[in-house]
Write a protein that binds this ligand. Structure first.
Ligand code: ZN
Ligand code: ZN
Length: 360
C-alpha cells in the first residue's frame, strides 16, 4: 500500500527506481527499526530491496517481509554495482533532503551512467496523511501522555525542581509501555517559560507563577506531543495571568472549531493568530500554530504563517498557540487533533483548568 503509493509517484516522475536513506522513511515503507545510516532501501516497479550488514540480517527477516535482503559484507559501495544492474534503469531518485554531500560523492558520483534525480520530502509527504493503523497507534501515544501528565500533576509540589517533575512523567511513560519520550521534556517555571524551547533544569517550581509543561510519549514508534500551563495555587498576578491564559485558550478553541481539510497551513494558523493579535499579544506569539506528528514529533504538514502545506483529511497536527513575555513567563496549550473533511477530532483529553491546589 505505502510502497504502491511511492511507485505511483515514481511513474509520475518518470523514475526507474528510488533510493531511500532516511531511517524514519525506511521504517514507514519497510518496517525497519534500525539506526540511522545502517540500511538503505531501493524501490523500483518490481523490486523492493533492503541493503544492510550482518547486524541486521535476522531483524530484517522479521521486520521487513515485503523486502528482499541484499547483504553488505564490506561496504555499501561494494554492492552498488550489483544493485544498479538489477534495477537496470537510468533515472534513479534519491533523498536530497537527507543524504550528505560526502555520501553523494562516494555513492553516486562514480556511476555517471545513471541520472541521479534529487527529490525533496516525497516520503515525508506520504507520511503526512495517516492510515487507520497509524491513527490507532497515535491515539495510544496521546492517551499515555495524558496519563503521564495527570500522574505528574498529582505529585507536583512547590520546591520540586523542573527536572524532577519531568522525570516523574518520563518514568510513568516508560513503566507504562513507552519505548521513550518524543523529545526532551520542557518544564519551564516562571520567567523560564518565556523561552518557547527551554528544557527542564535544576530550578525549583514556584507558587503562583505559570509553569509550562511540554512533553510526549514514543509508543510503538509513534509520538505524542502535549503542552499544558499550570500554576501552583492562585496566580501572583491574577489579572495578567488570566488575560494571557484566556487569550491562548480562546485562540486554541477557535482554531479547533474551525480548522478543516482543504485549508492552507497559513489559513489555519491565522485563525488562532487573529485572536491573540486582537488580545494585544501578537508580537508575543512568535512560533507557528502547529505541526504534523507521527513517527517523528515534527512532521508535515506545517501549520504556520510561513507554511507551504495544505491540510488534508488524515493529517494529525498539533494546535499549540502561546504567548511569551520576557521576565514574566509563558502560556502555551497544545492538543493533537485529527484533521477531517468537516473539522477536527481532538485526541488530547488533558483538562485545561490551570490552577493546581494542594495541601503543601
Ligand atoms: Zn509540544
Ligand atoms: Zn508541538
Amino acid at each position: 500500500m505505502r510502497i504502491g503509493k511511492l511507485r505511483q509517484i515514481l511513474t509520475e516522475n518518470n523514475l526507474d527506481a528510488f533510493f531511500v536513506s532516511d531511517v524514519t522513511n525506511e521504517r514507514y515503507l519497510a518496517g525497519f527499526t534500525g539506526s540511522p545510516g545502517d540500511a538503505g532501501l531501493v524501490i523500483s516497479q518490481d523490486l523492493a530491496l533492503i541493503v544492510t550488514d550482518s547486524r541486521y540480517w535476522e531483524q530484517v527477516q522479521r521486520e521487513c517481509p515485503d523486502f528482499e535482503l541484499v547483504k553488505v559484507t564490506t561496504k555499501f559501495d561494494a554492492v552498488l554495482p550489483e544493485i544498479l544492474q538489477r534495477v537496470g534503469g537510468k533515472r534513479i531518485g534519491f533523498e536530497a533532503d537527507h543524504i550528505t554531500v560526502a555520501q553523494y560523492e562516494r555513492w553516486m558520483k562514480p556511476f555517471g551512467q545513471v541520472e541521479w534525480v534529487a527529490t525533496n520530502e516525497w516520503v515525508r509527504r506520504l507520511r503526512a496523511v495517516k492510515d487507520a493503523e497509524e491513527i490507532a497507534l497515535i491515539r495510544q501515544a496521546v492517551a499515555l501522555a495524558d496519563e503521564a501528565l495527570a500522574h505528574g500533576l498529582q505529585h507536583i509540589r512547590p520546591g520540586m525542581t523542573e527536572r524532577e517533575l519531568a522525570w516523574i512523567m518520563e518514568v510513568y511513560m516508560r513503566t507504562h509501555g513507552a519505548e521513550g519520550t518524543s523529545f526532551d521534556f520542557i518544564v519551564a517555571a516562571g520567567p523560564n517559560g518565556a523561552m518557547a524551547h527551554y528544557r527542564a533544569a535544576d530550578v525549583p517550581l514556584p507558587m503562583g507563577q505559570p509553569i509550562v509543561i511540554d512533553m510526549g510519549a514514543k509508543l510503538n514508534g509513534y509520538c505524542s506531543d502535549l503542552t499544558r500551563t499550570v500554576c501552583l495555587g492562585e496566580p501572583a498576578e491574577p489579572q495578567r495571568f488570566w488575560e494571557i491564559y484566556q487569550a491562548v485558550l480562546a485562540a486554541q478553541q477557535k482554531a479547533e472549531a474551525e480548522i478543516r481539510a482543504g485549508m492552507s497551513g497559513v489559513e489555519a494558523d491565522a485563525i488562532a493568530r487573529r485572536v491573540i493579535v486582537e488580545a494585544g499579544y501578537g508580537e508575543q506569539f512568535g512560533h507557528g500554530l502547529g505541526h504534523g506528528v507521527g513517527l517523528e514529533v515534527h512532521e508535515k504538514p506545517r501549520v504556520s504563517y510561513i507554511s507551504e502545506d495544505t491540510l488534508a483529511a488524515g493529517n494529525l497536527i498539533t494546535v499549540e498557540p502561546g504567548i511569551y513575555i520576557t521576565g514574566w513567563g509563558g502560556v502555551r496549550i497544545e492538543d493533537i487533533v485529527l484533521v477531517t473533511d468537516d473539522g477536527v477530532e481532538v485526541l488530547t483529553r488533558s483538562p485545561k483548568e490551570p490552577i493546581i491546589y494542594g495541601d503543601w
